[in-house]
Design a protein around this ligand. Structure first.
Ligand code: NJP
Length: 227
């Protein structure tokens, strides 16, 4: 494959695992997150000649646009975008949660995804490209009182609405919906969880389908523990 894949939230967890899998598949990569040291280390590991790193906060449109400009200058095209950056926080339900923590989470998980799409769509339209979004199993079901779950319902809505907006363009939209995954998302490693590379496999599956196959959604949960 000689495609160019841009990943937000590439500095750890699902994004970094997807970068590793996509590099093995031969993709050129644009890796974005706030932690430039982690991105630089990952680029060194993957072979810096095929990797562009971009330090950005997804809630900043100027930085998103600069990322796309740099990507086009470096690789000349953009074939796929994995809008994956996201954060959790504010447990405690709507009546008990720290409402100040909601703001950053909503801005990152919802507004940030919208900005990534708006910045990338012109280049993706030229290549009849592929958009992948990290939603969540929590974007289909409820974690009662969870604003995090609500932000991921919003990502599900972004995916459905974007697919309608792009109908007839040859472009594809895939919602990746993980159950619990053992990543730095959690302060303590969860007891029963998927590995980050399990989700990377789902991304590569969707990306590697022929042009007439549009994988709409992939929901991956850990197998329930043996009783
Ligand atoms: O977590 P983590 P995951 N601007 O913390 C980046 C969803 N999900 O891989 O900026 C730019 O290792 C952050 O980088 P940095 C989850 O909601 C997870 O599990 O350097 N980047 C890092 O690279 C999220 O959407 C589970 O701090 C920002 C990345 O995002 C996605 O999976 C279950 C940023 C987070 O990596 C990846 O999370 C599920 C910003 N403002 C959905 N804020 C799960 N782990 O169980 C954060 O259903 N990042």
């Amino acid at each position: 494959r000689d495609g160019v894949l841009l990943i937000t939230g590439a500095s750890s967890g699902i994004g970094a695992a997807t970068a590793r899998s996509a590099a093995r598949e031969g993709y050129k990569l644009v890796l974005a997150a706030r932690s430039s040291d982690k991105l630089t280390a990952l680029a060194q590991e993957l072979g810096p000649e095929n990797v562009l790193t971009c330090q950005l906060d997804v809630t900043n449109m100027e930085q998103q646009q600069a990322m796309v400009e740099q990507a086009l200058e470096t690789f000349g095209r953009l074939d796929a975008v994995f809008a994956n950056a996201g954060r959790g926080g504010s447990p405690g339900g709507f009546s008990g949660a720290d409402h100040d923590a909601w703001r950053e989470m909503i801005l990152t998980n919802v507004y940030g995804v919208g900005l990534t799409l708006q910045a990338c769509l012109p280049a993706l339209k030229r290549s009849k490209g592929h958009v992948l979004l990290t939603g969540s199993a929590a974007g289909r079901a409820t974690i009662p009182g969870s604003m995090y779950s609500a932000t991921k319902w919003a990502v599900t809505g972004i995916g459905y609405n974007l697919r309608e907006e792009l109908r007839g363009t040859g472009m594809r939209v895939t919602l990746i919906e993980p159950g619990m995954v053992d990543t730095p998302f959690f302060d303590e490693p969860p007891e029963h969880a998927l590995e980050d590379r399990d989700i990377a496999s789902a991304v590569i599956y969707a990306l590697s389908q022929p042009a007439h196959v549009d994988v709409n959604e992939i929901l991956v949960r850990p197998t329930p523990p043996v009783e």
